[in-house]
Write a protein that binds this ligand. Structure first.
Ligand code: ZN
Length: 344
């Protein structure tokens, strides 16, 4: 099916108390590992591309591949831009067909500056029907600033204001998790999460999921987390499998690359279980009615958010172009964005 709009699945996760799994992908092997796991677990999946990766790969070609694989896949695939710091990255991602973006804004920005920049990101992304996620507080990173994880926890008093002033769709509050942590030893402030969850109706996202104990992850889901990002555990498992392969002296590069795919698939399957994101694509589940997959859905009734063609392009962006091709539609969205940027 075409790349999916994340909103129906966020809403479903809220009703059923599970979290959508969000996993970073870099190439064919990591992408296929993640998607195979989602198919095996019959659940929607979020594939994330991290902004710094833009300089290492041809984003346009890679996203063509993702769209092609997603179109042949029977579970919804959401394409998400992870931690963008520049509006230009959001625009480039939307032109590539991303259905969800995350905007951090410039490093070290004040609350006011962050609100203003995030508002712009939301206006641009919403023109194309893409959702926007933004961080509140600051989620630290191993090897950079992990010792500051507790002092950068999100302020629940600012959550409601931040969501209302920016218009974001998903809030990623810093609650003590740390990017890049392979062992489950992060200290998570569930009380802060509870307060934030009560103060806003925004969907909530957990980052640094590799470093959070499974039982805490599930408590966080019960408190309102709808989407959880996990990467380091996937990377570590792939590295272990490659090392094992190299130590036995067996195989060539094709075998080694396959170990990367297998490592990603194994850990994603395991994490989807922890996130309770299993058997979501099930004819008994009304969420399947949002889906255009023929394999699992009993009904192909379309929702107000999703159409059979390109679910994430709003009708306002398509305008009178309904008889044109998808490329025309994207060009139209691009020109809307270009006008917007010029006039601001
Ligand atoms: Zn993150």
């Amino acid at each position: 099916m075409p790349l999916a709009d994340i909103r129906p699945y966020l809403e479903d996760s809220r009703r059923k108390k599970y979290a959508l799994g969000c996993f970073n992908v870099f190439d064919t092997e990591t992408l296929e590992g993640v998607i195979e796991a989602a198919v095996n677990k019959k659940t929607p999946v979020v594939c994330a591309i991290y902004e710094p990766q833009f300089k290492y790969s041809d984003l346009e070609s890679f996203t063509d591949l993702i769209k092609n694989i997603a179109s042949k896949t029977d579970v919804p695939v959401i394409l998400h831009l992870d931690h963008a710091t520049e509006l230009a990255s959001i625009i480039r991602a939307i032109k590539c067909g991303f259905t969800a973006v995350m905007f951090d804004g410039p490093v070290g920005a004040s609350f006011e500056e962050k609100v203003e920049k995030t508002k712009k990101a939301v206006e641009i992304a919403h023109l194309a029907g893409a959702t926007v996620e933004a961080e509140l507080g600051y989620i630290t990173r191993v090897g950079v600033d992990e010792k500051a994880s507790q002092e950068n926890i999100a302020d629940p008093k600012l959550a409601k204001e931040f969501v209302e002033r920016t218009g974001i769709d998903i809030l990623a509050p810093a609650i003590g998790s740390v990017h890049g942590m392979g062992e489950q030893k992060a200290t998570i402030n569930l009380e802060m999460l509870r307060q934030i969850s009560m103060s806003t109706n925004c969907y909530l996202s957990l980052h640094g999921g590799s470093g959070v104990d499974d039982s805490i992850v599930q408590q966080a889901i019960d408190l309102g987390i709808n989407k959880a990002s996990v990467y380091t555990r996937l990377s570590n498992r792939a590295i272990e499998r490659v090392k094992d392969c190299l130590s036995t002296g067996k195989g060539d590069i094709s075998v080694i690359l396959n170990e990367v795919r297998n490592g990603f698939r194994e850990v994603v399957e395991d994490r989807l279980e922890v996130l309770r994101s299993v058997n979501i694509c099930n004819p008994a589940n009304e969420t399947c009615h949002y889906c255009t997959s023929e394999k699992y859905c009993v009904s192909k009734a379309s929702s107000p958010l999703v159409s059979d063609s390109q679910p994430y392009i709003k009708s306002s962006a398509i305008g009178s172009m309904s008889n044109r091709t998808y490329e025309d539609v994207l060009n139209n969205v691009s020109s809307l964005i270009a006008d917007y940027v010029k006039n601001k």
